[in-house]
Design a protein around this ligand. Structure first.
Ligand code: XMP
Length: 519
């Protein structure tokens, strides 16, 4: 389901680790773009997609190798601007009559400086200091540029760092403008889209209208079920769907007894009370906590929760009767087809099932209204839809909930203590204005009791650990550097306000080697 109402840019992916960042830079400039793997792009695809400009990404292959990836020739005869990056630059040169050679001391990895040679609209605003820092990552290099191209920038190891054929609007750079280490890289993309004639019409307001039209078109008058967790993605998906199809949508919210303080009440109050959505509030606390009773192994706990969730969701969804669609908050990074060069099928598709395999099991078709968006765009859409900032900016919360913040056996009293301590900790973080600087913060209750003294009496209560990390995507993380004053004040508040805890520690492990959650 490709969007045809916007001017669109096509990114042909040759497998670079940072291709998604190109899309980010373009979306930030309000340009609609899609990433497609090189082996799915042929002349017919190009005709259908009708791009207004094309970017050829970087990639790990060598253009010198036989059978290495190529875009279709039609890329260069469409009459649209083309920008080649790293491998994309080399493939461009090779196909247009230039020459690429490997190695021989000209490989470059990491920071480099490019100096200008002449002026080029692509480089407007560059070279204010006579040179620009760029990020290089290449083994091969272009040894002869293609006819029609001129050199506009050089680096010590890349005499053809920036080249262009201005008559055809073809541009080629040896470095990666999309990464952080090319500080003015975004400007280069902005110049490219400007010269390609994009007007920056990809706004959230426009997206909202279109998404609503597409949902109505796809769903017709059928009923739709949506699993609502209270997290950003499912909340935004639900509100958007509700705006599109009203009461044809029923949300199912499962309370598994492992939610944070007031979480179930808040979700129900907002979606039922403020949005007036048909909402099934499945109170399955007894079932989950009963099955988890006596279990202390992290993987067993996760498996029990995952399986029960599917059973319970299926049971409650069946109450809706006659539903034909299941809505999921799948995001763009989950659906981009990634290029793989080694073994097996040449293309691996990352598929994402928020409610693991349910559509197949229940014979439902999927509605995924966020599948073209990145996370920050989902947040922007949430704001556009009027969702409260407190929902949009929330820290991620894992599916297994408090179960994985309660190492060892889970008991109801321990969960109660954990909820209270967590609420005090988050309150502290908010009061100190730190919430938005932190990727995720929570308390874990430890499976150990320690001796303390309060007033004149001895205490023998649980110890807890505070966790707060900074991260970009949850894959790696660093602990948050709270001040000692903040930590001391928070420990005092937790011990004073939460019965059952008499010792507070701060977890200063990064990921790796730790993980963010404790289990
Ligand atoms: P870890 O603990 O693996 O967590 O460093 C990385 C991020 O993923 C979240 N997380 C989960 N989210 N289901 C989820 O939806 C899960 O089973 C799950 N396990 C961990 C975690 O909260 C962190 O943001």
């Amino acid at each position: 389901m490709t969007d045809t109402s916007h001017a669109r840019l096509l990114i042909i992916d040759f497998g670079s680790q940072v291709t998604q960042l190109i899309a980010r830079r373009l979306r930030e400039a309000n340009v609609y773009c899609e990433i497609h793997p090189f082996n799915k792009v042929d002349a017919a695809f190009l005709e259908g997609f009708a791009p207004k400009a094309i970017i050829l990404s970087g990639g790990p292959a060598s253009v010198i190798d036989e059978g290495s990836p190529r875009p279709p020739e039609a890329v260069f005869t469409l009459g649209v601007p083309v920008l080649g990056i790293c491998y994309g630059q080399q493939v461009m040169m090779q196909m247009l009559g230039g020459k690429v050679e490997s190695g021989h001391g000209t490989a470059e990895f990491g920071r480099a400086f490019v100096t200008p040679k002449g002026t080029l609209p692509l480089l407007d605003g560059w070279f204010a200091d006579d040179k620009e820092q760029v990020w290089m990552s290449h083994g091969d290099h272009v040894s002869e540029i293609a006819p029609g191209f001129e050199v506009y920038g050089t680096s010590p190891n890349a005499p053809f760092a920036i080249t262009a054929d201005t008559a055809r609007n073809f541009f080629a750079v040896q470095f990666h403008p999309e990464v952080h280490h090319t500080p003015n890289g975004a400007l280069l993309y902005e110049n490219f889209i400007k010269l390609a004639g994009f007007t920056g019409d990809w706004t959230m307001g426009a997206y909202r209208e279109e998404a609503i039209r597409k949902i109505r078109e796809q769903v017709g008058d059928a009923k739709v079920i949506c699993g609502l967790s209270g997290g950003v993605d499912s909340s935004v998906a639900a509100v958007l769907l509700h705006e599109a199809i009203g009461d044809q949508l029923t949300c199912v919210f499962v309370d598994n007894g492992l939610l944070r303080q007031n979480e179930a009440e808040d979700v129900v109050k907002m979606f039922r009370g403020e949005y007036h959505m048909p909402l099934i509030h499945a109170d399955e606390r007894e079932l989950f906590l009963g099955e988890l009773d006596g279990q202390s192994d992290p993987e067993t706990k996760r498996k029990i929760i995952g399986k029960l969730f599917i059973d319970v969701f299926q049971k409650h969804a069946a109450e809706v009767g006659g539903a034909k669609f299941l809505a999921q908050g799948t995001l763009y990074p989950d659906v981009i087809e990634s290029v793989s060069f080694s073994g097996g099928p040449s293309v691996t598709i990352k598929s994402h099932h928020n409610v693991g395999g349910l559509p197949e099991k229940m014979g439902l078709k999927l509605v995924e209204p966020l599948r073209e968006l990145f996370k920050d765009e989902v947040r922007a859409l949430g704001r556009e839809l009027g969702l409260p900032a407190s929902f949009i900016g929330r820290h991620p919360f894992p599916g297994p909930g408090l179960a994985i913040r309660c190492p060892g056996e889970i008991t109801r009293p321990k969960l109660e203590i954990l909820r209270k301590a967590d609420a005090v900790y988050i309150d502290q973080i908010r009061k100190h204005g730190l919430y938005d600087d932190i990727w995720q913060a929570f308390v874990a209750i430890l499976p150990v009791r320690t001796v303390g003294v309060m007033g004149d009496g001895r205490t023998y209560d649980f110890a807890c650990a505070l966790r707060a990390v900074t991260s970009v995507d949850g894959m790696t993380a660093d602990y948050y550097p709270f001040t000692h004053e903040f930590l001391g004040e928070t420990a005092t508040r937790i011990i004073n306000e939460v019965e059952g805890i008499n010792r507070v520690t701060y977890d200063i492990t990064s990921k790796p080697p730790g993980t963010i959650e404790w289990e």
